[in-house]
Design a protein around this ligand. Structure first.
Ligand SMILES: [Zn+2]
Ligand SMILES: [Zn+2]
Length: 350
């Protein structure tokens, strides 16, 4: 693995560092560095892995600073490719770590979680969604063997500051405001740098968009899985996501600095594309529901980036939660319903 940093200077005291994600088709996280009058601040940190750490550290040096000099870390959301190295950064630099309260709650919950409890929850949920025995068997085997792979969030750093949406963040000499964009996670935020674009490009500043708005891929929208939510609160993460997309589109920023892939300019067009994509997906899904189907059967029939037969076990689990998020949306719109008394649960169009 290379630790050669790939650094882009975006102008106006903003850089990005390409930090690799091990064994992941996404390839890398774009960690952003923002200069402030009290010292440099990171937006996200990257995956907790020695290569990623070395790349981040070398990247900071290439930007003319060092890990030790960091003043703070702003985390767009709790996922390990964004928040993974935050704890190590804080250890070395004494930087604060800030996150939206809803994702800080997920971090606290995950740290306290017993892996066995999580596997029980997951197996129960998948069975209720109509998953076949061959999908449940590996989960049950892992549960009974006690040899459970450690969840990546078990050691995630507890944030020490809250990102409060709508207010200017306390960053000396910069105008940065958080916009709450739930959907990909319950506490995802985009960070709006409400300053003139360094090249004078028309539009309202720049947006650190995290995983919310990416140029070539759509973020996963699941169900904010919470094993402790005994009341099984009815949530609609896809609805949340579409609402927050519209909000971001209306900002009319000059440039988007996402956490994966590459920076891009036409944010409104990209928002429209994503809204159209999900609308088409909901339409197709409703057609599938002319006969009752379980979420598992629906996931098998939905379009993914490869045929269902080639989708590995873990990704099938994620696909089912994405199918459920779409079903939840259709039900909320009054376009589908649960078939009364069905077990595993089935849905049909209305
Ligand atoms: Zn993410
Ligand atoms: Zn990500």
């Amino acid at each position: 693995m290379t630790t050669e940093p790939t650094v882009i200077e975006h102008g106006g005291g903003v850089w990005s560092i390409k930090v690799p994600i091990p064994d992941n088709p996404l390839g890398h996280t774009l960690v952003h560095l923002l200069d402030t009058d009290r010292g440099p601040v990171l937006v996200d940190t990257g995956w907790d892995d020695p290569d990623s750490w070395d790349t981040l550290a070398a990247g900071l040096v290439a930007c003319g600073t060092a890990v030790e000099d960091l003043h703070g870390v702003l985390v767009t959301h709790h996922h390990p490719d964004h928040h993974g190295l935050s704890g190590r950064v804080r250890e070395v630099s004494g930087a604060w770590i800030a996150m939206h309260a809803a994702d800080a709650h997920v971090v606290r919950r995950t740290r306290a979680q017993q892996p066995a409890r999580w596997l029980d929850y997951l197996a129960g949920k998948l069975a209720a969604a109509g998953a076949p025995d061959e999908h449940l068997a590996p989960l049950r085997a892992a549960r009974s063997s006690g040899r459970m792979r450690t969840l990546p969030g078990l050691n995630a750093a507890l944030p020490d500051r809250e990102i409060v949406p709508g207010e200017l963040l306390d960053l000396a000499g910069r105008r940065l405001r958080a916009i709450w964009t739930p959907g990909h996670t319950p506490g995802h935020v985009c960070l709006h740098l409400d300053e003139e674009h360094p090249t004078g490009r028309p539009g309202r500043g720049r947006l650190f968009s995290g995983d919310h708005l990416l140029p070539g891929i759509t973020p996963h929208i699941g169900l904010y899985e919470d094993p402790d939510d005994a009341a099984a609160t009815v949530i609609d993460p896809l609805g949340d996501y579409l609402d927050s997309l519209e909000r971001i589109g209306r900002l009319g920023v000059a440039e988007v600095l996402p956490a994966h892939q590459y920076a891009f300019t036409d944010s409104r067009a990209r928002v429209e594309e994503l809204l159209d994509h999900h609308e088409a997906r909901l339409r197709d899904l409703r057609e599938l529901l002319s006969a009752p189907l379980t979420p598992w059967r629906i996931a098998e029939r939905m379009e993914w980036n490869r045929p269902w037969d080639e989708i590995p076990h873990g990704s099938r689990t994620i696909a089912v939660s994405e199918a459920e998020a779409h079903l939840r949306r259709l039900v909320k719109l009054g376009l589908a319903e649960v078939v009364p008394g069905s077990e595993p649960v089935s849905y049909r169009a209305v």
